[in-house]
Write a protein that binds this ligand. Structure first.
Ligand code: SAH
Ligand code: ZN
Ligand code: ZN
Ligand code: ZN
Ligand code: ZN
Length: 437
């Protein structure tokens, strides 16, 4: 399956313009092109489908429009902002949150939710950390909401403050956004601002239109239309010399090319607001993603490099930073900032390699032959003279395949490898690197 990208005049599903795809075989297009939902890779979440050359009748178009309208959230963002204003005026005994509807309730609405589970006495602290109040949408294929562990979130925030940024465009990073917001409301001298762009509309209950835009990062769609787009554009204007950085942590099962296309559009928005003289600068960006996507990301953003820092998550069994028998997180920071400026915590074992001019993880040895610190996964890699590069410690050179592989691999030449990790024997949908066990 290949993505042909966002196409002008594409039909819309409830998640905005659909993306154009085509089936491919051995790199060649095969069969009819079709449109499918940009956001949901699981048909159960959105089953939108249309052949590119399909004639859609007026009645079907009308039905589709009605369907799209009916599948919008029941309250608008404006209504949610007004509801919040009323909610905070309530005494704590009357502050309820419906866990089934994931909604703050006003007393007049209690009746409608009487047989739902709810939380009472919602505190101001809870309202300031919606990511703790809302349950994470973990359905793997669509939302894949994996929240930063406090340690990693704190690290990111300190890093961007130290780098001198005063505005953060938080694309799919609600926990970072919330950490910035609550710090700003508590500490006088903390002057960082954040705008959250996320497809999870539940956040509109907690943030104003200047703090949150309902946004789809797979098709660059602002659900709030021109007004929301303008909010984002204004935020990217670096008034008073307040420098902006974009930080994004997309779902890993996502289509890298679709994400890259949206990020380029956000970067273009930033560039358009720039005063002259900065034409070939790129908006500073952290794209948080697994290391095995490195070559894919670099295809789209040659100016990016991958940092060794391992990003940890709270609700992710595999990527958690345990005290004993730590499972190493495969998630890294990709950035267009100069690597030497990204200072990684020495107390966690990271050290500075003066040759590579960047911080590397403790197990990452500088290879004299490659002349770089070559480990991608944090373990010490070994150099293979035949492959002329460093490989994973568990690999051996296979003379049949003429490359390094696991000892127990099967030698037959399978066709093109997995789109995600490059290994043969499985497709991207079954890639073990993506399984969250
Ligand atoms: N680690 C981050 C959360 C990353 S999880 C944090 O702790 O802040 C991925 C995030 O992307 C979720 O917030 C999810 O709601 C959002 N997301 C998923 N699909 C999206 C889409 N199509 N457009 C915009 N945001 C999306
Ligand atoms: Zn309810
Ligand atoms: Zn090095
Ligand atoms: Zn080497
Ligand atoms: Zn080899």
């Amino acid at each position: 399956l290949a993505l042909l990208g966002p196409a002008p005049g594409a039909p819309c599903c409830p998640h905005g313009p659909a993306l154009l795809f085509v089936k491919t075989s051995q790199g060649k297009e095969e069969g009819r092109r079709f449109y499918a939902c940009s956001a949901c890779r699981d048909r159960k979440d959105c089953n939108f489908f249309q052949w590119e050359d399909e004639k859609v009748s007026e009645t079907r178009l009308a039905a589709r429009e009605e369907y799209n309208r009916n599948h919008q959230p029941s309250f608008t963002h404006r209504q949610n902002v007004d509801r919040y204003k009323n909610f905070v005026l309530l005494p704590s005994s009357k502050r309820r949150f419906c866990q089934e509807c994931q909604q703050l309730l006003l007393p007049a609405e209690w009746g409608k939710h009487s047989d739902h589970q709810f939380l009472c006495d919602i505190t101001t602290a809870q309202l300031k950390s919606p990511s703790q109040l809302l349950y994470p949408l973990e359905n793997k294929k669509t939302n894949a909401q994996y929240l930063f562990a406090d340690r990693s979130c704190q690290f990111l925030l300190n890093l961007l403050v130290d780098l001198g940024f005063r505005r953060v465009l938080s694309v799919g990073t609600p926990r970072l956004h919330e950490m910035i917001q609550s710090k700003a409301s508590q500490e006088e001298e903390f002057s960082v601002r954040s705008l959250l762009l996320d497809i999870d509309f539940r956040y509109s209950q907690f943030y104003t239109e200047d703090e949150f835009c309902h946004y789809n990062m797979f098709n660059h769609h602002f659900f709030g239309g021109e007004a929301a787009r303008e909010t984002c554009r204004k935020f990217l204007c670096e008034e008073n010399g307040e420098r902006v950085i974009m930080i994004t942590d997309p779902p890993f099962g996502g289509l890298v090319e679709a994400l890259a296309s949206s990020f380029k559009k956000l970067m273009a928005m930033w560039r358009e607001t720039e005063k002259e003289g900065l034409d070939n600068r790129e908006m500073p960006t952290f794209w948080i993603f697994p290391y095995f996507f490195e070559s894919r990301i670099l295809d789209f953003f040659p100016s990016f490099s991958m940092m060794d820092y391992q990003v940890d998550y709270d609700n992710h069994a595999l990527y958690k930073h345990g005290k004993t028998g730590r499972r190493q997180s495969p998630v890294r920071i990709f950035t267009n900032l100069t690597p030497s400026m990204i200072v990684l915590p020495e107390e966690e074992g990271y050290r500075f390699c003066t040759v590579c001019q960047r911080y590397v993880s403790s197990g990452n040895q500088h290879c004299e032959i490659c002349n770089s610190c070559t480990s991608k996964d944090g373990r010490q890699w070994k150099h293979c003279v035949l492959c002329k590069k460093c490989v994973k410690p568990s690999w051996f050179h296979c003379n049949n395949c003429n490359c390094c592989a696991l000892q127990k691999h099967s030698c037959e030449k399978t066709d093109v490898g997995c789109f995600v990790c490059g290994k043969a024997g499985h497709k991207r949908s079954a890639c073990p690197s993506l399984s969250h066990a």
